[in-house]
Design a protein around this ligand. Sequence first.
Ligand code: DGT
Ligand code: CA
Ligand code: ZN
Length: 574
Amino acid sequence: MQNREIAEVFEKIADLLQIKGEAIYRVLAYRRAGESIRALSQRVVQIAEESRLQDIPGVGAAIAAKIDELLSTGKMEFFEILTAEVPETLPDLLRVEGLGPKKVARLWKELGITSIEELETAAKAGKLQKLDGMGSRSEAKILASLEALGKRQYNRHLLDVVQPVAAQLLERLRKIDGAVEAEVAGSLRRYKETIGDLDLVVASDANELVMDEFVQFPEIGRIGGKGPTKTSVELVDGLRVQLWVQSPERFGSTLQYATGSQAHNVKLRELALSKGLSLSEHGFKTDEGDEILCSKETDVYKTLGIGWIPPAMREARGEIEAALEDRLPKLVTVKDLRGELHAHSNWSDGHASIEEMALAARKLGITYLVITDHSRSLGVAGGLSIERLWEQKAEIEQVQEKLGNNIRILHGSEVEILADGSLDYPDEVLEQLDVVFASLHSSLRQPKEKITTRFLSAVENPHVDFIGHLSGRLLGKRDPADLDVDVILNAAAEHGVGLEINSHTDRLDLNDIHARRAVELGVKLAITSDAHRTEHFDLRSFGVGIARRAWVTPESIVNTLPRSKFLKWLKSRN
Ligand code: DGT
Ligand code: CA
Ligand code: ZN
């Protein structure tokens, strides 16, 4: 059983208990267990074998026993009893914007609604507005949310879910006798924001053998199609995987083809044709019918007389033209990031202390770290009162003293932009902070003009340094706010305010299109982990992926600056 599947059971229990109306501490206990299991780097199965389940944060004796039961029998009695009482499908309704556990419970108890489909039928039949406290307006809102939910593609997967699976499969593929090389291709290699299916390419002359061994991997649930060079399967957790096998001397061509995007491939084929070559996943053919084989992917581009184009740029957004004119940008990498500007500690909703965060950051070569906990109005996330904010400053100074000069810890805040556009702390507080992120976690559904104006007020505040996760979207869960992005970016350029690329895989906000536009308009960017635990610093690779898709070079990213230059930059802003 995968960690994710175990985590999902506990998260579902938390949802079900909440819908049932149980005490919040019980709900949170299961939610916390689910979250910690999800964040583990080691397999729960192994931890259980070593009898160390209770070492997992948030896992006590009772939950450990439940995990053991689940692992040994594939079932959990507690879950079965609970789902006999509360329908297992009810938590799906929580994905509908505007529906919380209390409302879901009423829909179920008063109208017998247990699924998204039943909700839609009832809403369309006008049954919801008959409920006490619900009117035709709430009903219309729910219908709109349902429509938005349908439009979002639920069969797409988040990057941080797919990437470890890909790494695991690749590791095992490389061990198969006769497999010379194995690489990831498709949208994951391009760091597209969500993944439809996972594409893997293996170099081998033993196609059959490789594919036969592959379909016997333990995580494979169902075999889809199988051809001479391609096999598609579905993993037990529902992720579809396409395996391409090609002989080593043609591996470069197949890797290039399978990486896509389709639009890039179409353009590349046109370029080939203009040079009298036909291009396919097997290689090039000349007009005379001679083959040109590419064992390495760089050979494909070299044959066409252009430089190797980084996968993140392969979206037919001008990259082939740029390559032809020899002006491919030198894209930012994770190694270029010297500072972390957006991180939370256990002073608000983070899980680690300031010292733990600083130590973990230092290990990764980060030389300056800004602690940006939430501001006072964000009660659900433990936002800091002004008094607590100054207490936190004292702790930062202590930790700084203790850790020495290898890492510089700065005192910042992720300040709420309130519904009226004002900020959550007064100016005299903001001016004493090293770095101010302004972001928005509520009233995201305001009309376009209103919410744009709200951002403009924040951008115009002289103490604001960065805007956090501009659109507020949560991939698969919440649509972006309706914003006039260009107006906000222009104002940010004018006031020297930076925009964040948030690396959480459900945010990736700014997206690639907006990040590219921001740079065009002269806006500085920051790639941040928005870490809520020490492991989250690793998410930066996904933010970097978005930046690379946006053609961003290190010069446009503030936190690529060496520490002294960054501190100078901060000073110049005050
Ligand atoms: P996804 O899976 O929706 O996240 O996106 P991709 O880009 O991984 O797309 P996918 O899995 O359908 O195909 C993988 C690659 O294979 C794609 O990026 C380019 C190539 N490919 C697939 N179908 C075609 C096609 O009909 N024409 C061309 N030129 N390339 C294709
Ligand atoms: Ca794919
Ligand atoms: Zn944050």
